[in-house]
Design a protein around this ligand. Structure first.
Ligand code: F6R
Length: 251
């Protein structure tokens, strides 16, 4: 478990983007795809901007990258402005040379009786791609990773979940009101995330300080899904000073 604290978010994402670029180039030298697990929301926006900058200024190519996103709201079509499909298209995929057929997100419009099959197929696609080299995460104020809300068991797999009221309240401004926020999502499970070879959880700002402290120091268990990350052999909490401000070593 590494805790990597930077002066600010920009310094943090520059360091992570540099290590992703190195991973991509290394995989290319070895003649294999680099498999990247992606997140949406506010936390990874700066990282995507930095990766786009590296693409434009240094010619970093994503042609050999395969991506799997953590989650998608259930009930939203891919073209909905609030869907994670649209988020990824507009903020990252359309701005680099990543072939769209190498990108994957759970579907928002899968028929209810097809959801189990869809989720099993998503897990299988990750395995067929060789597993995830690096999974990027944010953390919700409920302690969720992906949309694994409490309680989420350590062995949970990709599945349809009900969103926590706190998560829906946090999403309400983007949806112009709580009533429009979906109540469900399809998310990779905790075990799906933990199968990744390397995991980096990003958290910025004072608003995340308390849940970061809990994820690192409170008793681990299904009521605090992010706490399961502590069991992984290569996980980094990438923080700015404000998000790290309540950690025990600092108080
Ligand atoms: C998004 C996701 C969520 C977010 C979390 C934090 O794909 O899986 O776990 O990472 O809700 O959201 P932000 O970054 O908006 O604070």
């Amino acid at each position: 478990m590494h805790i990597d604290i930077h002066e600010d978010q920009l310094a943090a994402v520059r360091s992570l983007a540099g290590s992703i670029a190195e991973g991509i180039r290394q995989a290319a030298r070895e003649g294999r795809h680099y498999v990247l697990g992606l997140a949406t929301g506010a936390s990874p926006i700066g990282l995507y901007e930095e990766l786009i900058r590296l693409h434009r200024s240094e010619g970093l190519s994503f042609a050999g990258v395969v991506t799997f996103n953590l989650d998608e709201y259930y009930g939203l079509p891919p073209e909905d402005p609030n869907s994670y499909h649209e988020f990824m298209r507009s903020r990252f995929f359309s701005q680099v040379d990543l072939p769209l057929d190498q990108t994957h997100l759970p579907g928002g419009l899968v028929a209810r009786d097809q959801v189990q099959h869809h989720c099993d197929a998503y897990e299988a696609m990750i395995d067929e791609a060789g597993g995830i080299d690096l999974q990027i995460l944010g953390i919700g104020r409920t302690g969720h990773i992906g949309f694994n809300e409490p309680p989420s068991p350590k062995d949970s797999r990709t599945r349809l979940v009900t969103l926590d009221p706190v998560t829906r309240i946090d999403a309400a401004p983007a949806f112009s009101g709580l009533d429009h926020v979906p109540t469900e999502a399809i998310t990779m499970g905790v075990s799906t995330i933990l199968r990744s070879r390397r995991i980096v959880l990003m958290a910025w700002g004072e608003r995340k300080a308390e849940i970061v402290r809990k994820a690192l120091h409170d008793p681990a268990g299904p009521e605090l899904p992010a706490s399961f990350l502590r069991d992984h052999s290569d996980v980094t909490f990438l923080l700015d000073q404000a998000a790290a401000s309540r950690l025990e070593a600092q108080t």
